[in-house]
Design a protein around this ligand. Sequence first.
Ligand SMILES: [Zn+2]
Length: 281
Amino acid sequence: MLADIAGHLRCPVCRGPVRLGEGALRCERGHSFDVARQGYVSLLAGSRPPGTADTPAMVAARAAFLAAGHYAPLARALAGAVAGLLRDAPPYPLVVDAGTGTGYYLGAVLDAAPQAIGMAFDISKHAVRRAARAHERAGAFVADVWRPLPVADAVADVILNVFAPRNGPEFRRILRPGGALMVVTPAPGHLSPLVEELGLLSVDPDKDRRLAAGLEGFTLESRREVGFDLLLTREDALLVTGMGPSAWHADMSQLKERLAQYPDQLKTRANFYLSSFKAGS
Ligand SMILES: [Zn+2]
C-alpha cells in the first residue's frame, strides 16, 4: 500500500517525488526516510516535533476511549458523508487525514469507501504508530500540519480534519479541483451539562468565525449537526474534556477532585458539526 501512496507524496526537504525501496522512501536527490518497524514513516524533515505532540499515555487513553465506541455515531456520520462526496470521484480516490490521531476516523471512512486509499498525518509519532494499523489501505506519516505538507499538488479528493489544526493554504494546494475539505468541530451544547457543572468553558461562540477566518479561499458547501447521548465513567469524562481542540481550560487535578463527587455513570450529550468546504470563494 505504501508503494501506491508514495506516488502522491513529496520529499519534505526538496519537494521532489519519492519512491519506496529497501525499507525507505527516497527522493531523486537522495533524501531518505526509513519505514519504521511499526509501518509508519517520519517525514518531519529534521524539524523537531513541538512539545504539544501527544504523549504515549494520552494516545493510549484516547485509543481506549474510541475503541469503547463512544464516538462511533460520529465516525459513522463522517464515513457516510465522505462516501457520498466520493461517489463521483475517479477510481482510487485519495483521502488525506490531517491530524489523524490514532487513525480511528480515517479507518471508518476507508471502510465505507472501498476504492479509496488514505494518508494519515499527525505530529505525534505515538499516535502515528497506531494510525499505521488503522486500515490496510492507509499509510501513516509523522508530519507537522502547520508546515508545508509532504503531499503533491492537487491529489487529494477529500481532506479530513477532525479536531485538528487547519492549514488553509496547504489544504488548497493539495486538494484536487472539485475536492472537498471535511471539518469536524464541537457544536454548541457539546458535553452539556457536564462541562457547565464542572465549571469548564463551553464551546467558544467565536469558533465559527475563527473557523471561517482560518479557511480563506474555501467556501462552506454544507454543514450538518450530529448529536448523540453519551454515558461516561468519571475516567471517560476526564478524558473527553482533554480531547479534541483545547476548548477547555482546566486544571486536571482540580477536575479530578470535582469529578470524584459524581456518580460513576455520567449522562451527557455529544454535539458536533460536520462541515464540508470547497476550494474557491
Ligand atoms: Zn528530497
